[in-house]
Design a protein around this ligand. Structure first.
Ligand code: SF4
Length: 430
């Protein structure tokens, strides 16, 4: 890596690249992978997610996504009932019936995901065979894929990883003589995607595609000329599947805050030979806007301490942003899984001595959190209310996945997600 091209890493020295990590195993408090449906169904606009699960799964999705009154939802649950669980009904025949009904009623569906759950795994319902059978029946108008959103030993963002990984084998092979193309991988809000498209265009890069696509039929060809840029830090299986198809991973931090966005864009610009002057000109105005927004947020956040429970897998990039650009003090940065290769730049940019933990033993971590007296705690919904009742200020980590936070123009909004709870508590205390 050239120091001229990547000044951020030079400032960071080695950060936490080789830092010790506390590995914990025990009870953990996370949502399951079904949660990913909430943002995935908004992104792929002609896809439908059929959870094959229990009433509990249906309640989770319904309450997390909210009830849609005016639009026909693009997700549902095929409930496995007592007769299925007791082996009295032919679950495959039932599933075929439900799918046939659904597709007859909703001809706009082009891609159907059968999403596995704890109950479908308990009765060993083979959803991959069901998906092949139904795909053969309904192709070419509908493709049927499957993945598991089961909650056992996972965290909620793994649902997106499993979903995207299931789509990779379907992507066409890029011709051997095709030009180099950038594939941005990970769900981004459309508004963020449009901003990145404009920035890449301003740098003279037209060969950019996004995965997942907005339309199921927009399938990016993949091959050795594909340059893969991860927009989300929780896509280990998807990245592995794309690399197995020849795509080359561009090493970069994640596009959170000014530094992260700049370095992320720069990784792509370098790979495509964009001249430095053109790169700087393209990002100058949005960088200045983001700088002004962050200066306002820094007044509230500088010097405040923060403690991350492991939940979304965004914890390390967020901690890097909050410490380096807003002056927050990191007491503990917990992550469900630490992928050292994908996190290499992020770890290098964390302040030396940051306490890192991987996995969870929730009781031990709660003890450490209480002893540390943080000004703010980032955690899952299950921990937030109890901690608030103990007088702590919390931020729901899931909100950071639902909200558009990537890119220069969202840096201020991202900072505001952290200032708001602090300001609210100050008002309550006044
Ligand atoms: S944890 Fe299992 S049973 Fe509960 S909602 Fe998730 S998939 Fe369904």
């Amino acid at each position: 890596m050239s120091t001229a091209l990547f000044p951020i890493a030079v400032n960071a020295a080695n950060g936490c690249q080789d830092a010790p990590v506390l590995r914990e195993r025990g009870q953990h408090e996370v949502f399951c992978g079904l949660t990913g449906i909430i943002w995935l169904h908004r992104k792929i606009q002609d896809a439908f997610f059929l959870v094959v699960g229990s009433r509990t799964c249906a309640h989770l999705i319904q309450s997390a996504a909210g009830v849609m009154i005016f639009a026909e939802p693009r997700f549902a649950t095929a409930i496995i009932d007592e007769r299925d669980l007791a082996g009295l009904a032919d679950a495959n025949a039932e599933l075929d019936r439900v799918v046939n009904q659904l597709l007859a009623r909703r001809p706009e569906i082009k891609l159907l995901f059968l999403v596995g759950s704890c109950p479908s795994e308990v009765i060993k319902l083979d959803l991959s065979r069901a998906a092949s059978r139904l795909s053969a029946q309904h192709s070419p108008s509908v493709r049927v894929l499957n993945y598991s959103g089961s909650g056992i030993e996972t965290t909620f963002t793994q649902g997106e990883d499993a979903c995207l990984a299931s789509m990779v084998p379907e992507l066409p092979v890029a011709p051997a003589d095709s030009a180099q193309e950038l594939l941005v991988v990970g769900t981004l809000a459309d508004v963020v995607e449009d901003q990145f498209i404009r920035l890449f265009k301003a740098m003279g890069m037209g060969q950019v595609r996004f995965f997942p696509p907005r339309r199921a039929s927009d399938q990016a060809p993949v091959g050795p000329h594909t340059r893969l840029l991860l927009a989300q830090p929780f896509l280990a299986d998807t990245a592995r599947a794309l690399q197995a198809r020849g795509a080359q991973l561009l090493s970069a931090p994640f596009p959170l805050g000014i530094e992260g966005t700049r370095a992320w864009l720069h990784a792509a610009a370098s790979a495509f030979g964009v001249p430095e002057a053109l790169f700087e000109a393209a990002i100058a105005a949005p960088t200045a806007r983001a700088g002004a927004a962050l200066a306002r947020a820094k007044l509230h956040l500088e010097g405040k301490s923060i403690f991350f429970f492991p939940d979304s897998q965004l914890e390390i990039p967020l901690a890097r942003f909050l410490s380096r650009e807003l002056g927050m003090r990191l007491l503990e940065v917990g992550t469900p899984y630490l992928h050292r290769q994908h996190m290499a730049h992020e770890l290098a940019m964390l302040p030396e001595g940051t306490f890192l933990s991987e996995g969870q033993h929730v009781e031990n971590q709660l003890d450490r959190c209480r002893a540390a007296h943080p000004d703010m705690v980032v955690c899952g919904l299950g921990l937030a209310n109890p901690l608030e009742s103990e007088g702590m200020t919390t931020k729901w980590s899931i909100e950071l996945v639902f909200t558009p936070i990537q890119g220069f123009d969202q840096a201020g909004d991202l900072a505001e997600l952290f200032t708001r709870p602090l300001v609210r508590r100050l008002r309550l205390a006044a």
